[in-house]
Design a protein around this ligand. Structure first.
Ligand code: SF4
Length: 325
């Protein structure tokens, strides 16, 4: 069995696969877990304070259940908590592999970060490039899935989110993922286009709520743009891994995200955006800039623990949709 490498956010998993290892997105693993409350309790029982983001605790607990053999800890460009998480994991005897996004998407700095990561995994960048080229048709099919959602209305909000968010690790087996995706696309193309009164964008980190997508659709709003999962899918034709990770907007400062959002909102005819913010997350502060600069109304919707939308969040969401109508 190949070594399972846990990831806490999207990293160049082409390098992990080229090294003969299997990437495992710990966020997706946590969310798919039947008893997520148990995992959060486990993290808190081992010392994580209640006032720490649930994703961090879920990731930690998923590692503690023995789901992976090592963890890539992204020390810059993702989460301000990762450095401390890495310390605790090492203290618990877990192997950690650091990866650092540069502060700006400049080719020499990105190339150096990729080369460092490849060296740590004992593989060449040329081998990772071969994996990248092999995955290019798969990424193109995810772009097609995205188009079927926003342009033709044939993909539900949840399906769009779930397929794109899974691109962070291709569920550990890109070939099997590709076959399932082909089957899904064949079926989706035959569907009649759905009509929704409101076209919504979902910004920010992936939401922890179980029922956000269904709640939106029941109230006449379809998600036609999921910012971060789409970024995980790396929906660009690129010459190499360096360009791919220069165009990836998530790790860098807001200017790069804003340029992407300003281009995509009019193209997808977005009426309004929900900026999902996680309790105790530093990224909540970015909402100020998003609200004041985007060309559509933005609702900051906060979640804490996994589960359905709470009463207050639901009331705010309904009022926002009513305002958009
Ligand atoms: S939601 Fe924020 S605090 Fe939590 S893991 Fe993600 S970036 Fe870190």
């Amino acid at each position: 069995m190949s070594k399972r490498i846990g990831i806490t956010t999207t990293v160049p998993h082409e390098i992990i696969v080229a090294a003969g290892c299997t990437p495992v997105d710990l966020n997706n693993l946590f969310l798919a877990e039947f008893d997520r409350a148990r995992l959060l309790d486990l993290a808190e029982a081992e010392g994580f304070p209640p006032g720490v983001c649930a994703w961090i605790k879920g990731i930690y607990a998923a590692v503690r259940t023995g789901a992976v053999d090592a963890v890539v800890t992204v020390l810059s460009g993702d989460c301000s908590n990762t450095r401390a998480l890495a310390e605790v994991l090492r203290h618990r005897g877990v192997e950690t592999i650091p990866f650092t996004f540069p502060s700006a998407p400049e080719a020499p700095a990105v190339a150096a970060a990729l080369a460092d990561f490849a060296e740590r995994l004992g593989v060449t960048l040329a081998a990772a490039e071969e994996v990248r080229r092999g995955w290019a048709p798969l990424r193109a099919r995810l772009v097609e899935l995205d188009r079927l959602a926003w342009d033709e209305g044939r993909i539900t909000s949840r399906e769009l989110h779930t397929w794109l968010v899974s691109a962070s690790d291709f569920e550990g087996d890109a070939d099997a993922f590709g076959r399932r995706l082909d089957e899904f696309l064949r079926e989706a193309r035959e569907r009649p286009p759905a009509k929704f009164r409101l076209r919504a964008a979902l910004l920010g980190v992936p939401p922890i709520f179980d029922d956000l997508f269904e709640t939106l659709e029941q109230r006449g709003a379809r998600v036609v743009f999921t910012e971060t999962p789409r970024q995980f899918a790396m929906p660009y034709r690129c010459a190499d891994l360096v360009e791919q990770f220069c165009r990836y907007t998530y790790p860098y400062d807001l200017r790069h995200r804003l340029a992407d959002l300003r281009a995509e909102f009019p193209r997808r005819r977005v009426h309004g955006a929900i900026n999902y913010v996680q309790s105790f997350c530093h990224r909540q502060i970015e909402d100020i800039v998003l609200r004041e600069t985007l060309p559509a109304p933005v609702l900051a919707l906060e979640g804490d623990r996994p589960g359905p939308l709470g009463g207050q969040a639901l009331t705010r969401l309904e009022a926002f949709l009513e305002m958009l109508r």
